[in-house]
Design a protein around this ligand. Structure first.
Ligand code: C2E
Ligand code: MG
Ligand code: MG
Ligand code: MG
Length: 297
């Protein structure tokens, strides 16, 4: 870049940054158009699903829905490429409505297949604080026919602490509907134990940074085991995110962690792959005692 000194200040012209800004504006426009029109040539949002497993028996108890944007020229964009943009341009609630609709429809399909698993959707701060959130959740359940226990909302500790009183009221209304509440990235923010006690959450989701250091760092191990104790005393489940290796998975199970999610078990998958993954797992899992399935010969 070129910098020119004029008067007291420094004017910097950064061609690359300028191009990047224009690029972002284009992307923001395309995002808005994509969210407000059905088919507009800017692709569509796509949900990828990552399994959540029960640590004790390996049963698939949930799927986290993670949004991607299938862009016609730029390919499959991860959330980091467009979530902030959606927030900045006021498109985040529209995006979340789309995500909730797709996720609930998929969860209802899995419920219809007889699968006892809940689909988890991430809610950002602006969405938790949006006046239409509860109406949208009601509409999404009604449209999909999904039983409310089939839906979980993941809300980060940071979002919950943005306006704690409001967060308590909204999460209570969500939980009253029978929808699950999970506190995402737990331990990475600053949550007050007072509010934690008031939140009607069913689950703490341990931040990946703790999971990653669990087997190599004694202090992290102490934090995780303390968190587990706290969670269980408060009647909450603990799920570890970012489980990447078998040693960590084993350690979590031995410590009494309830659930695990991470690359070890599966990356987030498009719905067709998630279905195939679930079927392959059905075939590999021995029938449980008392199951109607014929005994293996
Ligand atoms: P998150 O909710 O904490 O989701 C977990 C992220 O960690 C996902 O990244 C997932 O792919 C990744 N991950 C899962 N297992 C592992 C692992 O074993 N190792 C590592 N290193 N990473 C793992 P992704 O899909 O890129 O999403 C990033 C973030 O974007 C999410 O973090 C969430 O905050 C946000 N996000 C995704 N979808 C949505 C959405 O529909 N709405 C909102 N508001 N945010 C979303
Ligand atoms: Mg999450
Ligand atoms: Mg998380
Ligand atoms: Mg995270």
């Amino acid at each position: 870049y070129a910098a020119k000194r004029d008067g007291g200040g420094v004017r910097v012209y950064d061609e690359a940054a300028d191009a990047r800004d224009r690029d972002e504006m284009t992307l923001a426009d395309e995002l808005r158009t994509m969210l407000t029109t059905q088919s507009c040539g800017h692709g569509d949002l796509e949900l990828h699903y990552q399994p959540q497993l029960d640590c004790t028996d390996g049963r698939v108890v949930g799927m986290e829905a993670l949004v991607r944007w299938r862009h016609p020229e730029r390919g499959l964009l991860p959330p980091v490429a467009f979530i902030d943009l959606a927030e900045q341009t006021g498109s985040m609630f529209a995006l979340t409505e789309r995500v909730l609709g797709q996720a609930a429809a998929q969860a209802a399909r899995w419920q219809g297949d007889g699968r006892d698993l809940a689909v988890a959707v991430n809610l950002s701060t602006s969405c938790l604080e949006h006046p239409r959130l509860l109406d949208t959740l009601d509409a999404v359940l009604a449209d999909s026919g999904l039983r409310p226990e089939g839906l979980v909302v993941e809300i980060t500790e940071t979002t919950l602490m943005h306006d704690p009183r409001h967060a308590v009221a909204v999460t209570r209304a969500i939980a009253d509907r029978g929808i699950g509440v999970s506190i995402d990235d737990y331990g990475s923010g600053y949550s007050s134990l007072t509010y934690l006690n008031e939140l009607p959450a069913g689950e703490l989701k341990l931040d990946r940074s703790f999971t990653a250091r669990l087997t190599s760092d004694e202090r992290t191990r102490a934090i995780v085991s303390g968190t587990l104790e706290l969670a269980h005393h408060l009647g909450l489940r603990l799920i570890a995110e970012g489980v990447e290796d078998a040693a960590t998975d084993d350690a979590l199970r031995l410590m009494g962690c309830d659930r695990a999610q991470g690359y070890l078990h599966s990356r987030p998958m498009p719905v067709a792959d998630a279905d195939a993954w679930l079927r392959a797992r059905d075939a590999a899992t021995p029938a449980e005692v008392g199951d109607a399935a014929p005994a293996p010969t």
